[in-house]
Design a binder for this molecule. Structure first.
Ligand SMILES: N[C@@H](CCC(=O)N[C@@H](CS)C(=O)NCC(=O)O)C(=O)O
Length: 211
């Protein structure tokens, strides 16, 4: 299995955690999405993923998938142990709600391409990023206060943490104050103790030093 990734991509990071948790071996294929390099824009890569983004997962039996949440759901169905979605329907939906707060409510708005477009339109990309991350993580904290046990939804690790941890890293990159998100940072602390999260961290990736 190959994962097309970039060390600091929060979306690829979600998938790396999942692969680690499920003990799936994979080959890391680095795609440098840094401004000015933008390998994801090249025809060769776009032929693989027409959205021109990471992550992209290609399995040995020819399954080709972009969109991190589609990849996570695929891995969950194909490799169900350990399970990352609760059995109980309302809890399962609560996990998906938290996933989507990050996946559709925060990350797309602070993606590198949008920040460039905000800049081109005369805006302040840093201020824009701070606003959208603050708004989304405020909502996530409020919801998590209602759903959390030991982890964000009940007492088990789920797909919600796979989205949370990279997004908090981005919040720090945008120099936000994380104090108000006490539930989120408490759970982040638990994740940081787990080997899968350590191995999936940007600093551990083979392309970390190159860009
Ligand atoms: N919804 C997509 C978003 C993917 C995405 O935005 N990837 C970023 C890195 S986290 C990227 O490739 N940015 C470069 C670009 O959009 O040109 C997913 O969840 O996979």
């Amino acid at each position: 299995m190959k994962l097309y990734s970039y060390w600091r991509s929060s979306c690829a990071w979600r998938v790396r955690i999942c692969l680690q948790l499920k003990g799936i071996d994979y080959e890391y294929v680095a795609v440098n999405i840094a401004p000015g390099v933008a390998e994801q824009e090249q025809d060769r890569y776009r032929a693989e993923n027409p959205m021109g983004q990471v992550p992209l997962l290609v399995t040995d039996d020819g399954v080709r998938l972009a969109q991190s949440v589609a990849i996570l759901e695929y891995l969950e169905e194909r490799y169900p142990i350990p399970g990352l979605l609760p059995e109980e329907p309302a809890q399962r939906a609560a996990v998906r709600e938290l996933v989507q707060i990050v996946n559709s409510g925060i990350q797309p708005l602070q993606n590198i391409k949008i920040l460039g477009e905000v800049k081109d339109a005369g805006g302040d990309p840093q201020a824009w990023g701070r606003t959208v991350i603050q708004r989304g993580l405020d909502a996530m904290e409020a919801r998590a206060k209602q759903t959390a046990g030991q982890y964000l939804v009940g007492d088990e690790l789920s797909l919600a943490e796979l989205c949370l941890v990279p997004q908090l890293y981005n919040a720090r990159r945008f120099e936000l104050d994380l104090k108000a998100w006490s539930t989120l940072t408490r759970v982040e602390g638990l994740c940081a103790e787990r080997e899968a999260f350590v191995a999936a961290h940007p600093d551990q990736q083979p392309d970390v030093a190159k860009s």
